[in-house]
Design a protein. Sequence first.
Length: 467
Amino acid sequence: MLSMSADTDLVVLGAGSAGYVGAIRAAQLGMRVTVLDPAPVGGTCLHDGCIPTKALLEVSGFLRSLGEAERFGISVPPPTRNPEKLGLYRSAIIDRLTRGIEFLFKKHGITHVRAKGTLMAPGLVRIVDGTSRELRTRHVLLATGSRPRPLPGLPFDGRRILSSTDMLRLGGFDGRIAIIGGGAIGCEFADILSAFGSRVLLLERESRLLPLEDPEVGDVLAREFSGMGIEVRTGVTSLSIIQDSSPLSLVFMDGKGRQEEAQTEAVLVAIGREPVLEGIGLENVGLLPGKGGFLPVSPQGETAVPGIYAAGDLVGGLLLAHKASHEAIIAIEAMAGKNPCPLDPSQVPRVVYTHPEAVSIGLTREEAEGRGHSVSEGRFPLMANGRSLIEGNRKGFFKVLSDRDTGRILGFHGIGPHSSEMIGAVASAMGDKEGAQRLMEGIFPHPTVSEAIHEAFLDLVGRAIHR
């Protein structure tokens, strides 16, 4: 790319989950690193995504537990919500984690400039901060992330047509709200808003909630949502939103071909995310977005221009913070000549932090059979798990799929309490040809929900004890 006279070894555009993790790994490998981002470090995940939504989901779970206290023989007065204190609780977590990343930058000697960066040529990045400063660099990591995708022809207005970012900044919503999209984001906000007292109508175009996951998971979640008072409509087509009325009027066709109309104070659009690519100078280096607007890269994260790498949401695939961070590490180690193993999407765990939590990793049965696998299935219902019954959670299950010929784990799916804390163990086992056997041979503490994972794996070979 450039000679030894380069100002720095690496410029990172973006300080989110891919950008800051990549910067720290590069510094660990001895690179001189500069990170450019006009926003605070941590990106969408820390400020407008993972952390604030999970903080609110923690509160919604607590509210639901209070509502069920009578079942345990405990009487409590109806809870009241203090939006100001709730905001302080959430902000304190974000601030602490932000300071932690800033400390790590300082510890590793990483230069962080609160400004946008744009590619001017291979190996040349301009700092867009009112000056004409430019950095010569050996490598670039593009990690500018993604933003909520609007409905076609219906831009977000921050008042009645809301993105997930808008909703977090509002801090809450009273009244009736419609959520467009029954994926992870839509379902998590349905959980939060209903617990906080909103009347929620959740609309999904496909035939079930969480349409990219195992069908049973979405079905169980839909039944749970119904019990929470959330109205769920799947198979929705021909949606139109009449904005010149107050409240808003939604007209749509449901999955049975019936036209429905609903009145709502606001609409939260949760139909996915789109990459942030404008203004970073792709045209100056000859890079073009690919399918869906995402940036094509090699298995080790390099773009079509040597020395320019990309990671995280702007390269597509699973738009998850932990996937983004892993991709960034792969890209950095490739820059350093370490020849890292490419990311295997089948080993990336997926979690929906509703109540109960839904988890998935790898292939569904339909996907596995479509790829020619002969599938064995082991499963275990949580109604037979002691810890689940103690907590009052009868519904849910864990299901494991393996290749009948090789014994390798193909997929794992489930819905139940604490599932997010356990899926990492399955993710580790998936990369091991003996992984299923190791989980069968493991000793799990009793009573825990994790025993249900153990029993699901034992059920693969007919050894489940409590089934």
